[in-house]
Design a protein around this ligand. Structure first.
Ligand SMILES: Cc1cc2nc3c(=O)[nH]c(=O)nc-3n(C[C@H](O)[C@H](O)[C@H](O)COP(=O)(O)OP(=O)(O)OC[C@H]3O[C@@H](n4cnc5c(N)ncnc54)[C@H](O)[C@@H]3O)c2cc1C
Length: 556
């Protein structure tokens, strides 16, 4: 028998999405829990993120009369995920368990005092598919006054949005030039900022609000945390995982786990070696994940016999990285750029090759797939002057003056005619001209015959709802014309160890590794190679954390 320096009922590796959720389940059942976190900060990429969770048929939809049901959600997942031999983590049984447990998990969090709400309008990413929801199934935390964490405040990983504004508000602020609702939101946001300053509050939003609230609840419930403690090994005895070895103050420390170990240690976005092996043509320089996302726990679980799947998938996030921002922790995502009117994306030969309004994951899948036959990493966003007048590019403010350095260093290219622009991009001018003429023809007909852009509610939501005729289609006709490089960045990898309906880690032969549970992006996603809607990463991390703990403690 192993000896341990400390023993708990449950040990969780990593402090991301599902970790504190699982820990609250344990504490609710009177069990002791330790969360072991490698970095100095609590919250993982989840705290940095939008923090939204994709939760079908949730209580807030019911409250607001938004139609949904578990059957409808299962129909949707059957359509967009489907059954494939190479995505065992996305089996029908797992998908159905997800749908059933997601609402329970949210109800549990609300009972624990975590204040959540829905985002009022964020269409599913394939809302046109059977069972798709136009209004969306996205749940988010309410703003959180981080000062409530007292002396633990500095331990919470900060978010990428510095403003005291909800995501719902942020999504509407982009129309400030066109809508009174947006202007009212701007005023409300300004007032909130002033009142917060006067009253000594510091509201955080999105993922930091979610993880801040979770951290607060976990501390109150008596969950123990160890930061700066990287787990190096899983301890296995007689075929059962019974604990972990972590480096604490430079020394190995052994933590025993009576009921099991939950690995929620993120993916491998910061591990170039694993990327080269599994997701070639992508780079650690193009990820917005937190620095701890280095993949070693996936490798450690593999060492203990865990099966892996979907390792070639990531949650792509198209990026344009201007000079000076190459090393920024969060690099500019240009999700809405080529989805807006007056812009398209072309490969290096000057051809369009996809619906530029698809979800960020589909978009980057499209770039990588195209690159197998035509150079498309990077691709080029082509925009005209109508675009620049109406919409933001990197800076959210339309018409914002672009730094001269962007032109000098070739990040942003500008020319009076499309032919001159093509020459700057080393493209055949006739090809780019042909692409734009064909696209403009589709705009005139209000029908993108090649890729059906602008037909889904999601496409239109990403575009400009105030644009006449079609929110996503507008001609590229007024010079000067602009081009910027777009790379397939990411917000995380999407493959990992295969788990079952109880979140237990499986071997290749389908047998269970006793005592070992996993959740989050350390696992092969329950959505396979698809991204169901906003929150399809954080949602599963929470749900499977909840499921793992409920099973380990025997209350599932
Ligand atoms: C800017 C941005 C916005 C996003 N918005 C959303 C969104 O709104 N909704 C959504 O669903 N997804 C979003 N994503 C993606 C999503 O945030 C991540 O996929 C998700 O948070 C991953 O959660 P997790 O629980 O699996 O891991 P994480 O939250 O990353 O937690 C893993 C933790 O494990 C720690 N760890 C790693 N190795 C070890 C070890 N050996 N020992 C101990 N600890 C270890 C890490 O340091 C980390 O703290 C966004 C991502 C970014 C970057």
């Amino acid at each position: 028998m192993s000896t341990f320096d400390e023993t708990y009922d449950f040990v969780v590796v990593g402090s991301g999405g599902g970790s504190m959720c699982s820990a609250l389940v344990m504490r609710e059942n009177g069990k002791s829990v330790l969360i072991v976190e490698k970095t100095a900060l609590v919250g993982g990429t989840t705290a940095r993120s939008g923090g939204v969770m994709w939760i079908p048929d949730n209580r807030f939809m019911k409250r607001d009369g938004v139609p949904d049901s578990q059957d409808q959600a299962n129909t949707y997942l059957d359509a967009v995920v489907g059954d494939h031999n190479d995505t065992p983590g996305a089996s029908r049984a797992r998908r159905q368990t997800y749908v059933a447990e997601a609402t329970r998990m949210v109800d549990f969090l609300v009972d624990q005092g975590i204040r959540l709400n829905r985002v009022s309008y964020w269409p599913d990413y394939r809302d046109e598919a059977p069972g798709g929801s136009e209004k969306g199934r996205t749940v988010v935390a309410e703003l959180f006054d981080v000062n409530e964490l007292g002396d633990k405040k500095a331990m919470l990983r900060p978010n990428f949005i510095p403003m005291m504004s909800t995501l719902d508000e942020m999504l509407k602020l982009r129309f400030i030039k066109k809508s009174w609702e947006s202007r009212r939101i701007a005023v409300r946001f300004a007032l909130r900022t002033v009142v917060a300053k006067l009253t000594g509050k510091h509201f955080v939003t999105a993922g930091a609000a979610l993880q801040g609230r979770m951290f607060q609840a976990a501390l109150k419930a008596g969950v123990e945390f160890r930061t700066n403690a990287a787990v190096k090994e899983l301890v296995e005895e007689d075929g059962r995982v019974t604990g972990v070895v972590a480096m604490v103050d430079g020394q190995p420390r052994r933590f025993g786990a009576n009921l099991g170990v939950l690995v929620n240690a993120g993916g491998f976005a910061h591990n170039q070696k694993m990327r080269d092996l599994y997701i070639p043509n992508t780079s650690t320089k193009w990820t917005n994940t937190a620095e701890g996302d280095t993949g070693e726990m996936i490798l450690e679980m593999m060492r203990h016999g865990a099966a892996i799947a979907q390792m070639d998938e990531m949650v792509g996030n198209q990026m344009s990285i201007p000079p000076g921002m190459e090393d920024a922790a969060v690099k500019p995502v240009v999700q809405g750029v080529t989805a807006a009117p007056h812009a398209i994306l072309v490969d290096q030969s000057g051809l369009r090759y996809m619906n530029e309004s698809g979800s960020y994951m589909t978009y980057c899948q499209g770039m990588l797939a195209r690159h197998k036959t035509v150079p498309a990493v990077p691709s080029w966003a082509i925009m005209d002057s109508q675009y620049m007048k109406n919409y933001g590019f990197i800076s959210p403010l339309p018409s914002a003056k672009k730094p001269q350095e962007w032109y000098d260093k070739g990040f942003l290219r500008k020319a009076d005619t499309l032919e001159e622009l093509a020459a700057l991009l080393n493209m055949d001018p006739a090809t780019l001209r042909g692409t734009v003429d064909r696209f403009n023809g589709f705009v005139a007909k209000d029908c993108d015959e090649d890729f059906h852009r602008g037909e889904r509610a999601y496409d239109r939501w990403l575009g400009d709802k105030f644009h006449p005729k079609n929110a996503s289609l507008g001609s590229i006709a007024e010079g000067p014309f602009y081009a910027a490089q777009v790379v397939p960045g990411d917000v995380g990898t999407y493959g990992g160890v295969v788990t079952d309906e109880k979140a237990r880690v499986l071997r290749d032969d389908g047998s269970v590794i006793d005592g070992l549970y996993a959740t989050g992006i350390s696992t092969a996603s329950v959505f396979g190679r698809a991204y169901a809607g906003a929150g399809a990463s954080v949602g599963p991390s929470f749900v499977w954390g909840y499921v793992a703990a409920s099973n380990a403690v025997g209350v599932a």
